[in-house]
Design a protein around this ligand. Structure first.
Ligand code: DC
Length: 221
């Protein structure tokens, strides 16, 4: 079974996808981590993410592994654990920029699609239901107001001991929304057959339950 969960930054995709993966024993495919790793690699090589001609040649040498450690998943980039390093706002913004290139998106497609050979998957990102797995059994699109998404991000950072200005986070979220939604290729839009869930006033558990019902329904339970 393939379940896709798409939506903007801060809509709760990752949290929800991780729980679904554990509860249903699905493989968790974090497609954002792939774009983030590429942005991180480009930055460490001193390559401008806007420069597609210089970005494309580094993709074949980029090795990304998702390694399960207990209930969490680590991201290894060329054998180095970059799980935390790729989570910064800066890398998020660079990932959003690098993901706008048509050739970049195309080069990363096969890698993403190869995951379905490994078992049932829950894939999370911006275009997993529209482009990567148009044949998915269940497509979910999560939304939430920009203010609520900024608040969630602020809280998450606070819990990690990082103090950020809420207004600044809100601005960054709106900029990334605009960047991800306005690109020509694979923009952030729900698939026609996606179930849209507005999570603004829902708890994580409520969202998980709704998706769980969709999975059970497909399984005929
Ligand atoms: O979900 P995330 O915040 O980790 O994603 C980081 C950026 O990567 C996002 O702003 C746009 C890009 N991305 C994408 O273009 N397509 C995906 N399927 C996943 C992420």
């Amino acid at each position: 079974m393939i379940v896709t969960i798409d939506g903007p930054a801060g809509s709760g995709k990752s949290t929800v996808a991780k729980i679904i993966a554990i509860r249903y024993n699905f493989i968790y495919l974090d497609t954002g981590a792939i774009y983030r790793s590429l942005a991180y690699l480009a930055k460490s090589l001193g390559i401008d993410v806007e420069d597609e001609e210089r970005i494309l040649p580094i993709i074949p040498g980029m090795n990304i592994d998702f390694v399960k450690v207990g209930d969490s998943q680590r991201v290894l980039l060329n054998g180095v654990d970059v799980t935390l390093e790729i989570r910064t706002e800066e890398i998020g913004m660079l990932a959003s920029k690098v993901s706008r290139h048509k050739g970049v998106r195309k080069s990363l497609l096969d890698f993403q699609r190869s995951f379905k050979e490994k078992g049932d998957i829950v894939a999370e990102g911006r275009d997993t239901g529209t482009v990567v797995f148009p044949e998915a059994d269940i497509k979910v699109f999560l939304t939430a107001s920009a203010e609520e998404r900024a608040r969630r991000r602020w809280k998450e950072l606070m819990e990690r001991g990082i103090e950020e200005d809420l207004e600044k986070i809100l601005e960054s979220i709106k900029r990334r929304d605009e960047q991800d939604s306005s690109r020509d290729i694979a923009p952030l839009i729900p698939a026609e057959d996606a179930v849209i869930i507005d999570t603004t006033n829902l708890s994580i558990e409520e969202v998980v339950e709704r998706i769980g019902k969709l999975i059970d329904g497909k399984r005929g339970l």
